[in-house]
Ligand binder design. Structure first.
Ligand code: ATR
Length: 280
């Protein structure tokens, strides 16, 4: 990669950030397309995020992906927000315009739907009930994306029922307590784990996946490990699965377009690069 005085800079901001896969994906695409651009990680201390982003107004950088724990603050500081970012109440993309304004978007939901399209071809989000486990930022984005994709029966299941109700109500979705998960799974065409359970080092999620129909597609947003205990359980039941790495790549595609003004080039096997970086 060669950096010139005209290099277009974008990046990802979070804390911690050193584990981020995004620089690997974006820089591979930049190299393949021969674009004078670079994508770098920014580690920002809590409490300094807003000052950092405001200092970049006016196009100092083309854009930023935003990851934990700053997705809520990113939405709040933007001058303009997309419908899907407001629905998710979180932004994972900030675009810096020349006039000094910032547009906040959320491509996590698109990434999730893209992951289904890739790993469960033929899946139609509008064809039946879908279940989302968890009630954090990931869950909100997923619920908004399914509603936007035409799903008329979104069910949100959470250990703390009140948090599921808060997400469900404005979207016309239904909330269930985790103890009622089997009821929520009845007739479901998809189940998405958007809880933090199953992350390396945390306990696995206890969910009665056997209550899902045989044809249900089971997805996990977690990609470390790639095959979470939840996905292993689904596989053991013969269910089709979709992994979190496909979602990560799926959210990066529209981010790249927003930062560099063109779609990522086809034919770059970024999944293999990411798997290598994950040691798989
Ligand atoms: P996000 O990263 O999506 O913003 P978060 O705000 O950290 O998520 O929320 C984590 C989610 O995982 C919550 O829905 C949490 O349930 P509670 O709201 O009841 O706390 C859920 N979660 C975490 N560990 C869990 C476990 N072991 N079993 C069930 N749910 C769990």
């Amino acid at each position: 990669m060669s950096i010139s005085g005209a290099t277009r800079v974008a990046g990802v901001v979070g804390r911690p950030i050193s584990h981020s896969m995004s620089p690997i994906l974006h820089n591979a695409w930049l190299a393949a397309v021969g674009l004078d651009g670079v994508y770098v990680p920014f580690s920002v201390q809590p409490g300094r995020f807003v000052a950092f982003v405001n200092s970049l107004r006016g196009g100092t950088v083309a854009g930023l992906n935003v990851t934990l724990p700053f997705k809520g603050e990113a939405l709040a500081l933007a001058d303009e927000t997309t419908f899907r970012a407001r629905g998710a109440q979180a932004a994972n993309v900030l675009v810096f315009r020349d006039d000094g304004t910032i547009l906040a978007d959320n491509t996590d939901g698109l990434g999730m739907l893209g992951a289904f399209a890739e790993q469960a071809p033929g899946f139609d989000p509008a064809a039946g009930p879908v279940v989302i486990l968890g009630a954090g930022g990931g869950s909100r984005g997923a619920a908004a994306a399914f509603v936007e994709a035409g799903c008329g029966d979104v069910r949100i299941v959470n250990r703390t029922l009140l948090k599921a109700q808060e997400i469900a109500e404005p979207l016309g979705a239904t909330a269930f307590a985790l103890s009622d998960a089997a009821k929520a799974f009845e007739g479901a065409i998809a189940v998405v784990n958007a809880t933090s359970a199953g992350l390396s080092g945390s306990p696995a999620l206890e969910a009665p996946l056997e209550a899902t129909p045989q044809g249900a597609v089971i997805m996990d947003m977690v990609y470390k490990p790639l095959k979470t205990p939840f996905l292993a359980q689904a596989e053991g039941l013969g269910r089709q699965t979709v992994d979190g790495l496909a979602m990560l790549i799926g959210q990066a595609v529209p981010s790249f377009e927003a930062f560099y003004g063109q779609a990522p080039p086809a034919g770059v096997d970024v999944r293999t690069l990411a798997l290598k970086a994950l040691g798989l």
